[in-house]
Design a protein around this ligand. Structure first.
Ligand code: ADP
Ligand code: MG
Length: 226
């Protein structure tokens, strides 16, 4: 018999597997990091090896953290939340990273545009991933603009726009594939996890970009109706 899985079904099976593995790896990793730090503090001549080990542990940790965003929706509790509060948190979290690169995070939104049903930490992860990509793309300073508004009766729209170099077509078509990255130290997981989380929230995410024109990410999330 033929076995055909829809893309969304496949992604969800993959997501559960990845989230499971991530949980399993986190504990041994924490132990390894702890012992490495201890050895570093004892300063016994292996400083180079230890610092390489630490760098690699931190990399594994980044991958695990990004995969944890994929946790099964059934394991998570949904809340009613003002999306603007989440965006304010994320802006604060990435502000220093932006300032270092001479980038200004400009916000155009106000509280009270509507409530959405969400897992706040997961949406936070999505906006962190996107904002980080925006900041990483801009090497000459400039602005990243975050907008949020009620699009119509049903949808809230969040838009994040950067002044980076934009994305060539052959890269655009691969964004969101697991481990696809064009960065030397990238994980290629941020966008995959973001697409999955937005899908779990019954939303839509669109990447609009052209080389030389910067990148615009649009996220639509359903409004709770009373
Ligand atoms: P990573 O950031 O670890 O490379 P992501 O999944 O977050 O992985 O992004 C995948 C790729 O998509 C990036 O390597 C980059 O090529 C491209 N990309 C994503 N966002 C942007 C952006 N705002 N500007 C330019 N390129 C981007
Ligand atoms: Mg990224």
């Amino acid at each position: 018999a033929e076995q055909i899985l829809k893309r969304s079904e496949m992604m969800s099976a993959l997501g559960e597997l990845a989230a499971g593995i991530a949980h399993e790896i986190r504990n041994p990793l924490t132990a390894l990091k702890g012992f490495t730090r201890l050895m570093q503090s004892e300063n016994n001549g292996n400083a180079n090896y230890l610092s390489i080990m630490m760098d690699e542990f931190v990399r594994i940790e980044t991958i695990i953290t990004e995969l944890l965003g994929l946790s099964k929706p059934s394991m998570l509790s949904y809340e009613k939340k003002d999306i603007v509060e989440i965006l304010e948190d994320v802006k604060m979290l990435l502000e220093t990273q932006a300032i270092i690169k001479n980038i200004q995070i400009v916000t155009e939104f106000k509280r009270g545009i509507g409530l959405i049903k969400c897992v706040p930490n997961q949406l936070k992860q999505v906006f962190i991933n996107i904002l980080k990509n925006a900041i990483e793309s801009m090497d000459n300073g400039g602005e990243v603009v975050i907008k949020a508004k009620k699009k119509n009766r049903d949808w809230i729209q969040v838009q994040i726009k950067d002044q980076g170099p934009g994305i060539p077509e052959e890269v655009l078509s691969r964004i969101g594939q697991p481990f696809f990255t064009t960065k030397e130290k990238g994980t290629g997981l941020g966008m995959m996890v973001s697409f999955k989380i937005i899908e779990d929230h019954n939303g839509r995410m669109l990447v609009d970009s052209e080389e030389g024109k910067g990148t615009v990410i649009d996220i639509m999330l359903p409004v709770i109706k009373f």
